[in-house]
Design a protein around this ligand. Structure first.
Ligand SMILES: [Fe+2]
Ligand SMILES: [Fe+2]
Length: 169
């Protein structure tokens, strides 16, 4: 990378590399999260999102190529931080119920991060007149929004049932 960034296109490529790195981190983390989940719906949700994530990585690589660039990941401390919080918490070996509740929150954090990144990238791609790139990024953005909704719904269901259990005790 040149020492001083002067062009919006350079920033765009940086952000594209950042989310490519983040998606690769998530593709490694999601199988672990699926194993950690006890709730069947949550586990399936992670497995499904892993498949989507693999497709998202392909979309990002295609976006790079559409711009005439080689797909180049840029280290993303943001997603590493979200992952580190997860790893640290899991070392405490919480009960299965707490673990599942925690995982819904951790997943929602990751989705919000991705949604913010893709929203910015789509706006920028559209402003640059890069229609193919914008389409690829919008596809990823739509999947992240759906994944967030799903995990929030699961989290709410779990919180309601744990509140009911607490009242019955
Ligand atoms: Fe993603
Ligand atoms: Fe995601």
């Amino acid at each position: 990378m040149p020492s001083k960034m002067t062009e919006p296109r350079q920033l765009f490529l940086h952000e594209l590399g950042d989310i490519l790195y983040a998606e690769r981190v998530l593709a490694k983390a999601l199988p672990k999260m699926a194993k950690e989940a006890s709730d069947a719906e949550l586990r399936t949700g992670f497995e499904d999102h892993l498949q989507e994530t693999r497709g998202q990585i392909q979309n990002l690589e295609e976006a790079f190529r559409a711009l005439g660039e080689k797909p180049t990941p840029e280290r993303c401390p943001g997603i590493e931080g979200i992952k580190a919080e997860h790893d640290e918490f899991m070392r405490q070996k919480p009960s299965p119920e707490i673990c599942d509740l925690f995982l819904t929150g951790a997943a929602a954090r990751a989705e919000h991060y991705e949604i913010a990144a893709y929203t910015g990238l789509v706006t920028m791609a559209q402003a640059m007149g890069e229609k193919t790139v914008a389409r690829l990024l919008k596809e990823n953005l739509g999947q992240e929004k759906e994944a967030l909704k799903k995990v929030e719904t699961i989290g709410k269901r779990m919180m309601r049932s744990s509140a009911t259990a607490a009242m019955a005790a």
